[in-house]
Design a protein around this ligand. Sequence first.
Ligand SMILES: C[S@@+](CC[C@H](N)C(=O)[O-])C[C@H]1O[C@@H](n2cnc3c(N)ncnc32)[C@H](O)[C@@H]1O
Length: 497
Amino acid sequence: MKARGHQGSGGGNRARGPRRPTRDPARNAAYDVVRAVDERDAYANLLLPRLLRDRGIKGRDAALATELAYGTLRGLGTYDAIIEMCSDRAPDPDVRDALRIGAHQLLRMRVPPHAAVGTTVDLVRLRIGAGAAKFVNAVLRKIGSRTLDEWLPIVAPDPADDPVGHLAIAYGHPRWIVSAFRDALGAPDEMPDLLDADNARPLVTLVARPGRSSAEELEDVGALPGRYSPYAAYLREGDPGGIDAVAETRAAVQDEASQLVALALTRVPVEGDGDELWLDMCAGPGGKAGLLDAIAVHGDLAGLAEEARAPGASSSGEPLTSSRGGAAFPGGARVLAADVQQHRARLVWETTKDASVITADGTEPAWRPGAFDRVMLDAPCTGLGALRRRPEARWRRDAAGVAELGKLQRRLLGTALDAVRPGGVVAYVTCSPHLAETRVVVGDLLARRDDVEQLDARDYLPEVEGLGDGPHAQFWPHRHGTDAMFLALLRRKPRPS
Ligand SMILES: C[S@@+](CC[C@H](N)C(=O)[O-])C[C@H]1O[C@@H](n2cnc3c(N)ncnc32)[C@H](O)[C@@H]1O
């Protein structure tokens, strides 16, 4: 803390002296988080909960601190453009972070303007100094003189001339990301909904691993049923770690699209003999491996139950390849899970029960070619599909990273296809909709190899609409309430008999 600011020195009539600035725990916590993200690349979603716990900030104050910190970080691009317009000089970084928090309250929260300005000025007076407080007061008053809708035509390009530039400022996303989303979505009219969904905090989604827990067990402790996955449940509030099934790794936190891409892989009928050994090649920290491990051993229990109930189900309970796409896996397989990073492989080991876990580089396989019946390749990627989970992430990525990752993704997809036997199937998954990480990687591979065919992934997810024109499946936050996860299903062509 650089200065205490003026507090009215003793002796005078306090009622007539300058008002004593008040220390507001929620706003101070939000400011500390925004500063730490800006100054030392901290992760807001790790720092904030720790800070709230250490300072005993709970209830409404905790909710306010969270909205202030996360909302400010998401909207940085918009707020910086408006702050620049209202300042006669570039503010120091500590002052700029306070201005960003003030701007968020003025432009996107229902905080009355006098409170948004007053509390931010108090914070700056206490944490930085009286001079900075005066500057912040003047800038925030200018910002508060217009609504966000009134500011946008002033600070953002005209949507008719530059639709991407306009969306970038209006919805607080870097321009290159807006451009990548627009190319992948192919429906410009939906862009505002997509970017809005990307700015909203996602619900905590749980997975009940079959044979170990059930969606009903999670609903019994207050979770809501999932929309698509029979193993999903949404947590309305509270700490997932406080749920027994989660603490015992019978259930876990997992986005619903992550569950569905794993489920889709298990539904594809493999051709030829045997379906006993599956590989999760980039498994850390183990979300998909945890579900695959449970289905491999116990079967897709919800799918099997549905098939048994389906009209025309055979009296023997034989699985049907019915309208639900593929057949529910009956169980009796094993998973090998690998990750190149030892600490991430350890996390996989901690969250799975029956899988074998190794530290291994997927580009230099530690397994013999054709050893597996099914392979999950959840490739390292930019993570552009999960921006809503990490509020600052969008400002830390850059387009240059996409090309580097593309080389690794191509190599891994090649070795994933070598690892699966003829007739077996590979799921290529990214938590990014960026075309260079998704369709282009798959297209390049198909152009290089004539022993591979692409299946229509949507056929194995018939319960989900709006996955695109195929043959891959692309989830979207605004359509499905999930991360923007991509799935391509590739089969090694069976050897001619
Ligand atoms: C998108 S994450 C996987 C997430 C995981 N499947 C889940 O559902 O929890 C990608 C993983 O790939 C791992 N990875 C990166 N390069 C790899 C390589 N050459 N071989 C194996 N794993 C690799 C990373 O360490 C990271 O854990």
